[in-house]
Design a protein around this ligand. Structure first.
Ligand SMILES: Cc1cc2nc3c(=O)[nH]c(=O)nc-3n(C[C@H](O)[C@H](O)[C@H](O)COP(=O)(O)OP(=O)(O)OC[C@H]3O[C@@H](n4cnc5c(N)ncnc54)[C@H](O)[C@@H]3O)c2cc1C
Length: 339
């Protein structure tokens, strides 16, 4: 039976482990921090990812744990001309990262071996196939592909509140202006509705305390919704990430290694698509391996080589637009309801 080692038990790694046929493969997941998620911020899950989750029978579980956003309006007024974007029937789901990881984790067959270990050198990993599901700073990518992600110089500061947003519970607002972006959305916590918030700008990463102090001052001119949310936020419930972007790659597979998720295409978060693409990668790869054995890697590469790279380019353009210095304030409005 072919042995498959999945490096990384995040979104992509767990999705793949849940997709692989346990009677056809000997599967090991190597993860340095199982179950780690300090702050339950929310992800947007788009219809194409939900359709893929349907194929591995996890879409209902996501709907049960999530919040449905059905439509949205983006309006941003530039000093030169107004920009309005409308999303009708968006059918995008919000789910917290821990809830998504728990859903995926529960679907992993009990025969899959779990190893808790930080891997420095992926060439030491055993397995006929080694799947790099180890995220934006992938050690497989740097050791085998020989490249590193680019720091975009943009920081994302995000967090959550236990209380619902000070808006109708089914609405999400995003504000763009003066090279800064801020968003406030509902957060579907397990037994109540909380608030998910984020701000982004071109600057370096700081500690959550410093980042929050900076954000309160920098966004002081933004609407009450943003100011009040930042005032209520705490450093313990705040996460700070520099946005990384993978270099372009034409190959998703080399020797016995294959890239999925952020290891293949780390991207700006502005389209809310990274985890969605990661799950689709993993499901397409898992199905191809189930059907064709290890030569399924070639099918996966053909099917997914361009998709992630295209989304990465689009996400980068969306980030530049949202953070354009000449943009004066606008608003994104998305309505939603619990599933
Ligand atoms: C601010 C922000 C907002 C976002 N919002 C959205 C959104 O709304 N919708 C969406 O679809 N996506 C969103 N994303 C993107 C999403 O978070 C990622 O695309 C997704 O998590 C990628 O999944 P992955 O499994 O490839 O990597 P990860 O989720 O990063 O998982 C990698 C795993 O590998 C483990 N690992 C890494 N290196 C090693 C090692 N050397 N040894 C052992 N284990 C290792 C890590 O501990 C981790 O568990 C957002 C990202 C950011 C930064």
């Amino acid at each position: 039976m072919p042995s498959i080692t999945i490096l990384g038990g995040g979104v992509a790694g767990l999705t793949l482990a849940a997709t692989l046929d346990p009677t056809a493969h000997d599967v090991t997941v190597v993860e340095r921090r199982p179950g780690y998620s300090r702050v339950p911020t929310a992800f947007g899950i788009w219809p194409f990812a939900l359709a893929a989750l349907e194929r591995i029978k996890l879409a209902d579980g996501l709907r049960e744990r999530g919040l449905l956003l059905t439509s949205g309006v983006i309006t941003a007024d530039s000093t030169r001309r107004p920009v309005t974007m409308t999303m009708q029937d968006a059918n995008t789901w919000l789910i917290t990262r821990p809830a998504l990881l728990e859903l995926l984790d529960e679907a992993v067959p009990s025969t899959v071996e779990r190893v808790e270990r930080h891997v420095d050198d992926p060439t030491t990993l055993e397995g006929d196939l080694v799947v790099a599901a180890d995220g934006a700073r992938s050690v497989v990518r740097s050791h085998v592909w020989g490249d590193e992600p680019r720091n975009t110089g943009v920081v994302a500061i995000r967090g959550m509140l236990e209380t619902p947003p000070a808006t109708p519970a089914d609405r999400m607002h995003e504000f763009w202006g003066d090279g800064m972006l801020a968003g406030v959305a509902p957060n579907p916590l397990p037994d109540h509705l909380g608030t998910n918030w984020y701000v982004s700008a071109r600057r370096s990463a700081q500690s959550p305390e410093e980042a929050l102090a900076w954000a309160r001052e920098a966004y002081a001119g933004f609407p009450d919704l943003v100011r009040d949310t930042l005032a209520a936020a705490t450093p313990e419930r705040t996460v700070v990430n520099m946005i990384l972007q993978s270099p372009r790659t034409r190959r998703l597979a080399r020797e016995r290694y294959v890239l999925v998720g952020d290891a293949a295409h780390a991207m700006a978060p502005n389209l809310g698509r990274g985890a969605c693409e990661a799950m689709v990668d993993a499901i397409v790869l898992g199905e191809a391996l189930n059907e064709h054995g290890l030569s399924g890697v070639r099918h996966y590469e053909r099917a997914r080589r361009r998709a992630g790279q295209r989304t990465k380019v689009a996400a980068s353009a969306a980030m530049r637009l949202a953070l354009a210095p000449r943009m004066s304030r606008g608003v994104v409005r998305v309505t939603g309801r619990r599933g």
